[in-house]
Design a protein. Structure first.
Ligand code: PLP
Ligand code: ZN
Length: 391
């Protein structure tokens, strides 16, 4: 662990780490539920100090943690495989330098384990027994599992329409499940009311700034597993924009500490029917819009972390693409047949995103490209069973 403070993404105001913070004390006060968060906080370390403690030859990863590892729950998150996709061929194009980060192979079946792990650690620091979250399903499954392992109580708000397997995970781990007759955005609002009125630690993505810190471990692993080289491009499925911000934060930390010299280009992949961040980036206007896509994990009307995600995409010379549900389902099958990896639709979206970039001639064939696979296919088998093409 290294000293840090929180800095507001919107106004730059600094907040000390000595107490629990969610949003910026200035900008967060104006936030209206149902819109993207304002005043999301970033963790800023003492990078000059870190630079004296490590270099590329010898990295002490614990210096990049906002929580002392003695508080970590005893739960095996991360260290997921990173492998080259040797046979990938999409729409007649063969790919020679595409790599898969298989984060769908986390214990609860999604990358969300990383954030839930870190928030349970935060609950240990605060000696808080109850953790509350709103989720499309995966953040909740992950929290239910890790809270169970750590002996904590989880209270979970999920849309009634969430895939059955995700609801089964929440139930089997013994979390308190509130099924919301509405969208993820409605669940988000209810969960914040819950912690404001009845207490508990709120794990909502981006609202609790340590969710971004938890997710960044995937960026560190990509770097380590890639022989301490920064890949050229990383494609990331984007709903709230917190995974993307976490990947950004990992490479930002490494750059600030003088360990690396470049950032990977971050490509946000969104579903056509849930493309608020893409629209924000391309038009400059942030407007929430009802989400309709088969990729439930990236179906978000008002992405909580829109501002930071846009900043991260721009700062890395990245871009955003949108993909249709039809292409997502086609690529889910293609990935399963060419690489043996069965991922949920949100993750198949990155394969569709790759095809889209290739078609627009926006990538260089020699670039090293990483596809971030975020959720397991078994979490949503209906997307496969209902797909006419598979019958
Ligand atoms: C949550 C999630 C995403 C999107 O992450 P955001 O931080 O909301 O952008 C993508 N894929 C899977 C499987 C997820 O669970
Ligand atoms: Zn602020």
């Amino acid at each position: 662990m290294t000293d840090f403070f929180y800095r507001c993404v919107d106004c730059g105001k600094e907040h000390s780490n000595e107490q629990l913070h969610y949003l910026c004390s200035n900008c967060g006060a104006n936030w209206q539920p149902g819109t993207s968060l304002t005043g999301v906080l970033e963790v800023i370390f003492d990078y000059a100090k870190i630079a004296t403690q490590c270099n590329l030859q010898q990295i002490d990863w614990s210096v990049f943690s906002a929580i002392n590892s003695k508080y970590y729950p005893n739960y095996p998150v991360g260290n997921t495989p990173f492998a080259k996709a040797i046979n990938l061929e999409i729409d007649g194009n063969r790919y020679h330098n595409v790599w898969l980060k298989c984060d769908h192979l986390n214990p609860s079946g999604s990358l969300k384990d990383r954030a839930s792990f870190f928030i349970v650690a935060q609950a240990n620091v605060l000696q808080e027994e109850k953790i509350v979250v709103a989720s499309t399903g995966n953040a909740a499954s992950a929290l239910a599992a890790i809270a169970a392992a750590a002996g904590k109580q989880a209270k979970i708000f999920v849309p009634r329409s969430a895939p059955a397997a995700k609801l089964a995970q929440i139930k089997v781990h013994g979390a308190e499940l509130i099924l919301v007759d509405g969208t993820y955005d409605d669940a988000f609002k209810l969960s914040i009311e819950e912690t404001e009125k009845h207490g508990g630690l709120n794990r909502n993505t981006a609202y609790n700034p340590l969710t971004i810190e938890g997710k960044k471990s995937v960026g560190f692993e990509i770097f380590q597993q890639n022989n301490c080289q920064v890949p050229d491009v990383i494609l990331i499925p984007v709903g709230d924009g917190v995974i993307l911000s976490g990947v950004y934060k990992a490479f930002f930390d490494l750059l600030q500490a003088g360990i690396t010299e470049k950032m990977p280009r971050l490509i946000a992949v969104q579903a056509e029917g849930s493309a608020v961040i893409h629209n924000y980036l391309t038009t400059g206007k942030l407007t929430s819009k009802k989400a309709t896509t088969i990729a439930d994990s990236i179906a978000v009307a008002a992405p909580s972390n829109a501002h930071l995600a846009i900043k991260a995409i721009k700062a890395t010379n990245g871009l955003s693409v949108v993909v249709s549900d039809e292409k997502i389902l086609e690529m889910q099958k293609l990935l399963a047949r060419q690489t043996g990896q069965f991922v949920e639709p949100s993750s198949a979206a990155v394969v569709a995103g790759l095809a889209n970039l290739q078609q627009q001639q926006l990538i260089n064939n020699n670039d090293q490209i990483v596809l971030l696979l975020t959720g397991h296919g078994l979490k949503d088998i209906n997307s496969v069973m209902n797909n006419d093409e598979n019958k």
